[in-house]
Design a binder for this molecule. Structure first.
Ligand code: ZN
Length: 121
């Protein structure tokens, strides 16, 4: 399953980001996955957990935000969830829309625990 490779890339990205927080520990990472990214969120979360527990970044939780495919209406510019081509715009009822989003595969946020408060303890 290719989720393992993707989970690994995410872990690498977190590792790079972690250098910005030399005194903190990244405890949670948010990942945005679009419907069209071809990634199964459950496998992804499983693979990530398996990689993390063997790494120096543990403990590290992952939260996956699954984003539905969205289209932009060419008539009124409304962006709306579109399960298929030709979905109807909820604002004006038009069916002429273009692909707007839904293939995301990116870090959305990092939650960092500040380690400095525990210094000397
Ligand atoms: Zn519209």
């Amino acid at each position: 399953m290719h989720e393992m490779g993707i989970a690994n890339s995410i872990l690498e990205a977190v590792r790079t980001e972690a250098q910005r927080f030399p005194h903190g520990h990244i405890c949670k990472v948010g990942v945005r996955i679009g419907e069209l990214a071809g990634v199964d969120p459950d496998s992804m979360s499983f693979c990530f957990g398996a990689l993390v527990c063997d790494s120096d970044l543990a403990p590290l939780a992952i939260e996956i935000e699954y984003c539905a495919r969205r289209h932009r209406c060419r008539a009124c510019q409304t962006i709306f969830p579109a399960p298929m081509e030709g979905a109807r715009c909820p604002a004006c009822g038009g069916t002429d829309s273009e692909f707007a989003a839904g293939d995301e595969l990116e870090l959305s946020y990092l939650e960092v625990e500040d380690g400095t408060s525990a210094a000397g303890a």
